[in-house]
Design a protein around this ligand. Structure first.
Ligand code: G6P
Length: 614
């Protein structure tokens, strides 16, 4: 998510920091800000791209001249809209401490109430601002402390994830940084140091870096840096030599953003669940819909509207909500819903799902549903987007910026949110406390299982190579995995331009079977669930017509390998969480087939990341 940059040395800090921010802009691009120390502390921040901030500084740039230390931030909103006031750095009331933060302070609301009761006034809606006031409170209560100690003490109160940089005009020759969960790298130059959330802004200045580990802090001056744990134990750190090009590092070492985003999924999944999934308590904590939960539970019907990949997530949502919460669900293409005079009333809840939060058809469906009196809830990735603003309540997916046009990590994040929603709607009504705990435990195990699937990337590439010249492809699945078949086919056609169709496996005999010949790859999801034996029969049917079968099967399965030409084994899991696993090999297959065909996977022809027109 957000990007962090810091500089302390002998050169002008502002241009270096701005340049660094541009390199990190893919991490967040809804607002940016900078704080430099030149006697006083100067802070500038602005909504929009780093370019906007730069324009502002061109006007007032001279103010920053002579500053040789500073910090800067490019934001990807999680708490609070993208706006000037929510941009980082955040400052204490007396304006002598500035802080930038990447991550989520999970207990921010308790900390904030506490600080407000002690007279602290907040200037933003962010979770991050509590950190600067907390440091201020500790420092004011004991002015003999150094900044480093005040930061250390403050962090003891913080739950959640952070990468932070703090500067103060009271100690102008240092930057204090700390990390838990969110990455931080220190670049070691000649009498100068760089700090960043990843090596992208550093590599053009130096290839010597120190990666902070979780639970570590560093104090960086013009001549030196020391690393300690947050408990104040000095650490020996190894200096690493970077050996990648600038180009690669922007994609975190991956060839394409899409691949990077596929690989980010375990981490993203943990972020989506963080602070929300409470296994021991047998419940989920969904801040954005808490006040509306009772009304949601009383809905006579849920209607889900979305487009593209988000619509596929919606289909899985239908299976989940009906299975657990026993509320009837209808899933509609937003573009159809808006023009078909749908029957919707105040008894209904309409859920709109959108990664970008800007898709024109989804937005129109939202507005229509509101007009008809339905309660409208949103599931969006981009904070402060139009859909997020116009819905009554909702949940963010917290998947971080998705750059690749073909959606991957946003999809799995949406499915996790829908799973958590299904649990919240079921609690106290349709399933027992123990069942909820069991389901949440299954869900919490998904990120590790996805990591194990990702380890098979090379083997999946080998399979992809065999099918890269296919003209058509069929994807088949049943139950919870039927929407995954649709998503697998969509991924392939979006980026490789191979015609692909997804079907519920049993429907094959009502049409698609006519297409099967020795050139037709058929991708089956054949994991062990209640339709497993039926799927095996479908595979036999394809085999007897000489179709080429590639199957996703549960680890330990012997039957499928007997029938399929290629099998990708995935860890066993319960049916309802299975789509989060089965979709991953399909993402990788599509990615490799497309790159082997020489297609531009990050920017496929004719497609757009955010479709803001009809
Ligand atoms: C475009 C994108 C898809 C996305 C769809 C819906 O077609 O290329 O990846 O699934 O829009 O976008 P949304 O932002 O509303 O999820």
């Amino acid at each position: 998510m957000c990007g962090i940059v810091g500089y302390i040395g002998r050169r002008e800090a502002a241009p270096l920091l701005l340049n660094g921010l541009k390199r990190l802009e893919y991490r967040g691009y809804d607002s940016a800000g900078i704080a430099v120390l030149n006697g006083d502390m100067q802070v500038f921040k602005r909504k929009g791209s780093v370019g906007n901030l730069e324009e502002m500084l061109n006007v007032s740039g001279t103010v920053m001249l002579g500053a040789t230390a500073g910090i800067a931030h490019t934001r990807w909103a999680t708490h609070g809209d993208p706006s000037d006031r929510n941009a980082h750095p955040h400052m204490n009331v007396t304006g002598d401490i500035a802080l930038i933060h990447n991550g989520i302070v999970e207990n921010y609301s308790t900390l904030k109430q506490d600080l407000i009761s002690q007279g602290y006034v907040f200037n933003s809606d962010t979770d991050s601002e509590v950190l600067v006031h907390l440091i201020d409170r500790i420092w004011k209560s004991d002015p003999s402390l150094e900044l480093e100690a005040a930061v250390r003490q403050a962090l003891r109160h913080v739950e959640g994830a952070y990468g932070i940089c703090v500067v103060s005009s009271r100690e102008p020759d240092k930057i204090v940084v700390a990390r838990k969960g969110s990455p931080l790298v220190i670049g070691i130059g000649n009498n100068e140091f760089f700090i960043a959330s990843d090596a992208a802004p550093i590599v053009e200045h130096t290839n010597k870096v120190v990666y902070l580990s979780d639970g570590e802090m560093a104090v960086i001056t013009r001549d030196n840096y020391t690393v300690k744990t947050i408990e104040n134990v000095e650490q020996e750190k190894r200096v690493t030599e970077l050996d990648f090009s600038l180009e690669k590092i922007e994609k975190g070492g991956y060839e394409h953003f899409m691949l990077k985003e596929i690989f980010e999924q375990p981490e993203v999944m943990r972020d989506v669940m963080r602070g929300r999934v409470r296994i021991d308590e047998g419940r989920v904590q969904l801040g954005g819909i808490e006040d509306y939960l009772d009304r949601l539970k009383q809905a006579k019907r849920v209607v889900i509207c979305a487009c593209g990949t988000s619509w596929h997530a919606g289909l899985i949502g239908e299976y989940l909500i009906e299975e657990f919460a026993r509320i009837p669900v209808e899933v509609d293409y937003a573009s159809e819903f808006r023009y078909r005079n749908p029957i919707v009333s105040s008894d209904d809840v309409v859920i709109v799902i959108s990664q970008s939060g800007e898709t024109a058809d989804t937005l129109a469906a939202l507005r229509l549903a509101k007009e008809k009196g339905a309660m409208v809830m949103g599931i969006c990735n981009v904070v402060g987007s139009t859909i997020a603003r116009e819905t009554l309540c909702g949940m963010y997916t917290h998947a971080g910026p998705e750059v690749g046009v073909a959606s991957t990590k946003a999809f799995t994040a949406q499915v996790i949110v829908l799973f958590m929603l299904a649990m919240a709607l079921s609690k106290g009504r349709t399933i027992s406390h123990d069942e909820i705990r069991l389901n949440l435990r299954e869900l919490a195990e998904v990120p590790d299982k996805v990591s194990r699937i990702l380890e098979q990337n090379d083997a999946i590439k080998v399979i992809a190579n065999e099918f890269k010249d296919a003209k058509n492809a069929l994807y088949l699945g049943r139950g919870f995995n039927f929407p995954v078949a649709l998503e697998g086919a969509l991924k392939l056609k979006e980026i490789s331009y191979i015609h692909a169709e997804g079907y519920p496996a049993a429907e094959m005999k009502h049409g698609p079977i006519a297409l099967i010949d020795e050139d037709m790859p058929v991708f089956f999801i054949a994991t062990r669930d209640n339709t497993y034996t039926k799927i095996l029969s479908n595979i036999e049917e394809v085999r007897s017509r000489k179709g080429r079968v590639i199957a996703i099967a549960s680890e330990g399965d012997r039957e499928v390998s007997r029938l399929a030409e290629h099998v990708i084994y995935i860890p066993q899991a319960s049916g309802p969480v299975m789509p989060l696993l089965t979709v991953v090999p399909f993402q990788l297959l599509a990615y490799h087939i497309a790159t082997l065909r020489g297609c531009n996977v990050d920017r496929p022809r004719n497609l757009a990341k955010s479709v803001t027109v009809e």
